[in-house]
Design a protein around this ligand. Structure first.
Ligand code: IVH
Length: 705
């Protein structure tokens, strides 16, 4: 521990000087290595400098330099494409599966906007192209950048490849300084078949479906390969624009057509849910003869003014929905039933199936959910699948809905072999032997082994590095399992110490592991270093706290603004009471069960020790609240109470949040503004007592402009 003590004893002045020197030395080494291809120091020496720098930064976070070497990985982005931050996030869509879902979509919108049922509300209905989305940025009419969706915030720069697609014009005639056109890259059925044929001839890997073929072709490092693949593009949306494009969705589509883009010819305008459903049915009938894959129909509120009033939930628009086609079915045999142990200890049965193709994808597993599901009972004990249980040896029908793991729809009792016996759900965790406990009223049995259960530990680590969490390139399930097995990592913090604090002995070891070489080992360490800068929402999600998903993690990050404030608030709430506890429970989308799970996690001694160890190795970044330019209420905590007369409560809340305000359901000392309409009662009284600013709805509207 000599180095730690040494750093602890550094005073600020010395630390600052050392950080300056380290930045200079490392910048010089970077130039020598990356630009001149003539390294001046060994990799091991470079690692030592880097770790020293990191150690000082973790002790003196206020001295961290703007050009800190920690922020530079030096290594190329693993995929080989540079990253692009989208000027306007690329959202996904909520799903509808039934006619009722469509009717409800329309009702929700009417309720939000306060538009009566007898008043017209126009929609567009467009085929949902099954490809991959692409954002094309034109500046002064010239295509300057094409980016994939990525995680919605950041995608990959595939400009050179996009320029090889004939449907994508390199230049357009437009008065707009900036125009981002968005749409779907896809491959037609005939082109897909021809590509696979040539893949087969050349003994190359076959693509599972046209979507994979399109994705694989667009993400080629050599754009000549992309050029040889017949990709197509349909435009249907836009990102950043220097001026509004039109007043309605259909007018935008017409304008995109006039600019030279391909727009799907089957788009239609519809006046009500019945017409939407009718259009959906007609497209479903045409589906087989279209010549390209679609997986549903997208409905959008046509008027763009209404679209902007409706705005977005965390990552889906309120003004659009995807009405998906029913999933394809296939029959196969259950060869085995295995029990998997999840990160929260949940025992999940999985059917191992004789491989079968469903919707172009080979399937060999299906989820069986829980003990009751296998028995043929739903969560309330009512029979499902005609009350038939599922046994090893049974013939089952399976389906895939979206990209999710396949499910079992039914079981064919007539084909059940004589030897098939009812499945006995285990009473012990198959991984660690601890009791499997199924609590009263719970559908799921859980391993009671906690931290001693290796399966839980491994699953927690897998979740930690997963795409929506730390997303560490080169660190997937396989690597986690093997590093865990060898005792290299047991907790998330170990990942960031994997490289060794004092040099690169672990690099040597990693290089020597089977399947690893110098390049891949260095790349992995660079990828890990790259993620030391982590947005707060990703960190919260990565912890794998029960009930806390991606969207809540984002809400919490925006609400508490920085890690320290959040951490303190969770610690202060340890007794499930007090001001911070009330504030937490008042956050929209946070219920008592979730609040309790969060607070208990932060106050469980082992968890909190592991968390503290992790956080000092990271640089947790605050998450910007969206679109707050010119906002007078950004960051303010506001509460609406009483009746609002100018807009619905939902719209008021969405608008306030869009301007960066934090809307809460309860008044506390931390509240900045209470908007009180007629009939406001106890919340208004509490605000008066606490001396909080109270405004009317009109005053609020003036305030937000
Ligand atoms: S609109 C704000 N329209 O579906 C959302 N998306 O599941 C803008 N997609 O990521 C998307 N066809 O890649 C829209 N006509 C269409 C579409 C479409 C396919 C894809 C798109 C999106 C995904 C959401």
């Amino acid at each position: 521990m000599a180095a730690l003590t040494d750093v602890d004893q550094l005073n600020e002045k010395l630390a600052k000087a050392e950080l300056t020197r380290l930045a200079k030395d490392m910048a010089q080494a970077d130039v020598a290595y990356h630009q001149k291809d003539a390294p001046e120091i060994s990799d091991a020496e470079y690692d030592t400098l880097k770790q020293r720098n990191l150690l000082i930064e973790s002790r003196f976070p206020n001295l961290r330099r703007k050009d800190s070497p920690t922020d530079k990985t030096g290594a190329p982005v693993s995929s080989g494409f540079s990253k692009v931050k989208h000027a306007v996030a690329m959202m996904s869509l909520g799903n509808a599966f039934t006619d009722e879902d469509v009717i409800e979509f329309d009702s929700r919108i009417r309720k939000f906007l306060n538009v009566d049922r007898d008043k017209p509300l126009e929609y567009t209905s467009e085929p949902k192209i099954d490809g991959l989305s692409l954002s094309l940025r034109y500046e002064q009419g010239i295509l300057v950048q094409a980016a994939t969706r990525g995680d919605g915030e950041t995608g990959e720069d595939v400009t050179a490849n996009a320029l090889t697609i004939t449907d994508i014009p390199p230049k357009i005639q437009t008065p707009l300084d900036i125009l981002e056109v968005r749409g779907e890259v896809y491959m037609a059925h005939t082109d897909f078949a021809a590509l696979n044929e040539s893949q087969m001839k050349n003994e190359n890997k076959l693509f599972a479906n046209p979507r994979n073929a399109a994705a694989g072709s667009l993400r080629q490092l050599d754009s000549q390969i992309t050029k040889s693949r017949p990709l197509k593009f349909f435009a249907y949306a836009w990102g950043q624009v220097s001026e509004p494009l039109a007043e309605t969705q259909s007018a935008v589509l017409a304008r995109l057509t006039a600019l030279g883009f391909s727009v799907n010819p089957l788009a239609a305008t519809c006046a009500n849910p019945a017409e939407l459903i009718q259009h959906y049915n007609s497209i479903e009938l045409a589906r087989a003869s279209l010549g390209y894959d679609i997986d549903g129909v997208v409905y959008k509120v046509s008027n763009l003014g209404l679209q902007s009033r409706l705005g977005f939930r965390t990552n889906t628009p309120r003004w659009a929905i995807a009405h998906k086609f029913p999933a394809e079915l296939a029959s196969t045999i259950v060869e085995d039933i295995e029990i998997q142990v999840g990160r929260t200890g949940a025992l999940s049965p999985v059917a191992r199936l004789k491989s079968v193709t469903v919707g172009g994808v080979v399937v060999s597993n299906a989820t069986l959910h829980n003990e009751d599901y296998i028995k043929g009972l739903d969560s309330k004990g009512a029979p499902i699948r005609g009350g038939h249980d599922i046994r090893i040896g049974d013939w089952v029908t399976i389906y895939r809905a979206g990209d999710v793991i396949p499910k079992v729809k039914g079981v064919d009792i007539s084909r059940r072999p004589d030897w098939a016996v009812p499945f006995e759900f285990p009473e012990k965790c198959p991984q660690c032997g601890s009791d499997a406990i199924r609590e009263e009223g719970e559908a799921v049995a859980r391993c009671s082994g906690g931290l001693i259960c290796p399966a839980q530990a491994v699953e927690k680590l897998k979740h930690f590095v997963s795409r929506a969490a730390f997303d560490i390139d080169g660190m997937g399930s396989k690597q986690i399992e093997s590093f865990y097995k060898d005792g290299w990592i047991a907790h998330p913090a170990d990942i960031f110490e994997l490289q060794g604090l004092y040099g690169s002995s672990n690099l040597q070891q990693l290089k020597n592991r089977e399947g690893w070489g110098a390049k891949s080992a260095e790349r992995l360490f660079a990828a890990i270093d790259d993620k030391r800068n982590i947005p707060m929402n990703r960190l919260i999600f990565a912890l794998g706290i029960r009930h806390v998903g991606e969207s809540t993690a984002l809400t919490l990050s925006r609400h508490y603004n920085d890690w320290e404030t959040f951490n303190v608030a969770m610690k202060n709430s340890f007794e499930h009471s007090g001001v911070d506890w009330e504030v937490l429970n008042g956050i929209d989308g946070v219920g008592t069960v979730m609040a309790a799970a969060l607070v208990d996690y932060f106050n469980e001694p082992k968890m909190s020790a592991a968390l503290n160890r992790l956080v000092v190795l990271l640089n947790v970044q605050n998450v910007a609240v969206p679109s707050i330019q010119g906002s007078t209420v950004a960051g303010k905590k506001v509460v609406f109470t009483g009746t609002l007369e100018k807009m619905t409560r939902a719209e008021a809340k969405a608008r306030a949040e869009g301007l960066g305000a934090k809307v809460s359901g309860s008044v506390s000392a931390k509240t900045d503004i209470v908007i009180a309409g007629p009939g406001a009662g106890s919340k208004r009284k509490k605000a008066e007592d606490l001396g909080i600013k109270i405004v009317s709805e009109d005053e609020w509207l003036t305030l937000i402009g």
